[in-house]
Design a protein around this ligand. Structure first.
Ligand code: MTE
Ligand code: MO
Length: 518
């Protein structure tokens, strides 16, 4: 009796382990589709590495040499296997036990994903799908084990073994789930391998004429807590509709330029690399950026002038737009004028001195100073059609957003954060302001809706980037509000009229609450 009882418990634990690995497989597969980060398990390993005190990490590296991460992942998998078995064994008593185990593991996964830079929504979706797989598979596998026993055999739940036909059904289901999990895991691996190969090709690229970013002097105000003036690529905001981020080999990349042109052309990556380079600091931002939001970043971009290419193909009379198409089918319509004037709109091949990161458009994307991304900054661009606005519609304009998307002047308070503290006397507040391709002439702040006080501006290399500002406060201790507004180089003062992001960008003054101390 005791051995068969043990067998039964073994079946429940096995159900937990098989379901557990099935969930790891589905979440890994989904994560592989959208990122180069790898599975949630790797995210947890990364988190452990980051949170491990330096000395302990060094010791681990000495012990495991360069396989420290592999060893850690294996360790995590062993721990997971035990927890999955426990979840399976607990399932016998009801759903509370598995819910605690699976729920707890999902929380750890969420924390791990949230703690890394540039995480995408898909990584959370991957965790959710893993969680659903765990419950679904556990229910499926334990179904036969729960079946009431025949009269000849004792009932399940009393610790007795299930009837023979139920055991068979269990084994069949366990086999099917295991095979499916392996297949899903292999699919994830194949997708991931393609992406890793492109990542490899990207790392090996040497781009002559692409220089490393040199942050100009005087661009940063000296206030603790300010974001860097130059945004690192891995901290740069990311917006796109791609569920599966396109992974394009530079060798296979082609750009077709056609439409209302005299000579249609198709350009290779090498053609582009061989051309004369243009490089600049350009701040790009998203039309969906709320007042005070962080969907904005400033980078050193290197590429080839679109104007030069358009001159060569010969734009015909009557054209006023260029319909850009990404390899994933996303489109945007850009005014011909901004692509041909002197603002050096470019087909960028590098960001911050390195080939574009895959998620920022590798191998080629467009950068146009002064326009929101949704009408200009096409990532993974493969097609430029010279055309007329009256003849086209694009991804976001079909969804109610404006056809034209010049960036609206805006300003933001970064220090203090909403609800933060500032010294009442001599406390420093700071932030950024932007009006790309027009330029910021001044920034003012006002406390408790009082008089506007001029802030100091840091330097900028051109009108195409954001500018940092700082001001010194002198207020009574206690709770206050602070608001900010900018003025551009044409003398236009930023409007305080609140406006939603739809259809062409938000307006209004960024306002925060703070406590003056001391
Ligand atoms: N192919 C493609 N390009 C795209 C998008 C997209 O969804 N697909 N989104 C645009 C939008 S709305 C913005 S704000 C910028 C963001 O660029 P980033 O992700 O490099 O910051 O990319 C633009 N280019
Ligand atoms: Mo955007």
């Amino acid at each position: 009796m005791s051995t068969s009882r043990g067998t039964s418990r073994g079946a429940w634990s096995l159900a937990g382990v098989v379901a557990g690995y099935a969930g790891l497989a589905t979440s890994y597969c989904v994560a592989s589709l959208a990122t180069t980060h790898g599975s949630p398990v790797v995210a947890v390993a990364d988190l452990v590495i980051r949170e491990t005190p330096g000395s302990a990490a060094e010791r681990a590296i000495q012990v495991f040499k360069h396989h420290d991460k592999t060893a850690l992942v294996i360790g995590i998998l062993v721990l997971l296997t035990v927890l999955f078995a426990v979840a399976g064994a607990l399932a016998r008593r009801g759903w509370a036990g598995p819910t605690v185990v699976f729920g707890g593991l999902t929380v750890v996964g969420v924390l791990a994903v949230a703690s890394r830079r540039g995480e995408s929504l898909v990584e959370y979706v991957a965790l959710l799908i893993g969680l659903l797989t765990w419950f679904g598979c556990l229910a499926l596998l334990t179904g036969p084990l729960r079946e009431p026993a025949t009269a000849a055999e004792p009932a399940v739940g009393t610790g007795a073994p299930p009837p023979a036909h139920s055991r068979r059904a269990f084994l069949v289901r366990a086999g099917v789930v295991a095979v499916a999990a392996v297949a899903v895991g292999a699919a994830g691996r194949a997708v991931g391998a393609g992406r890793r190969q492109v990542e490899q090709a990207r790392r090996l690229l040497r781009l002559p004429g692409v220089t490393k970013p040199q942050v100009p002097d005087g661009v940063a105000v000296d206030v603790a807590g300010m974001p860097p003036w130059a945004t690192p690529s891995d901290a740069f905001y990311r917006i796109d509709t791609a569920i599966v981020v396109p992974a394009l080999e530079p060798d296979g990349w082609r750009l077709r330029i056609h439409g209302l042109v005299d000579r249609e052309v198709e350009i290779t990556y090498q053609d582009l690399v061989d051309r004369q380079r243009t490089e600049a600091w350009v701040t790009i931002c998203c039309v969906s950026n709320e007042v005070g939001g962080d969907l904005i970043g400033n980078a050193w971009w290197s590429g080839v002038r679109v104007a030069e290419l358009l001159r060569e193909v010969g734009v015909q009379d009557g054209a006023d737009a260029v319909l850009q198409t990404s390899s994933d089918g996303w489109t945007c319509g850009t005014p011909l004028s901004v692509l041909t004037d002197d603002r050096d709109a470019m087909l960028a091949i590098a960001m911050n001195g390195d080939p574009l990161p895959i998620e920022h458009g590798f191998p080629v994307r467009t950068i146009v100073p002064g326009l929101y991304g949704y009408v200009s900054a096409c990532k993974w661009v493969v097609d430029l059609e010279v055309t007329r606005f009256s003849d086209i519609s694009a991804y976001w304009t079909e969804r109610g957003w404006s056809e034209l998307g010049p960036v609206k002047m805006s300003s933001r308070i970064d220090v203090p954060r909403d609800g933060g503290d500032v010294a009442a006397s001599g406390g420093r507040v700071a932030g950024v302001a932007w009006a790309q391709h027009t330029g910021i002439a001044g920034v003012e702040v006002s406390v408790d809706e009082g008089d506007w006080q001029a802030a100091d501006l840091a330097r900028v290399p051109s009108d195409d980037t954001w500018v940092q500002w700082a001001a010194t406060l002198d207020v009574d201790p206690g709770d206050h509000t602070l608001r900010v507004r900018a003025t551009d180089t044409t003398g236009l003062v930023q409007t305080g009229e609140p406006h939603d992001v739809v259809p062409d960008g938000a307006t209004g003054w960024h306002t925060i609450r703070f406590r003056a101390t001391g």
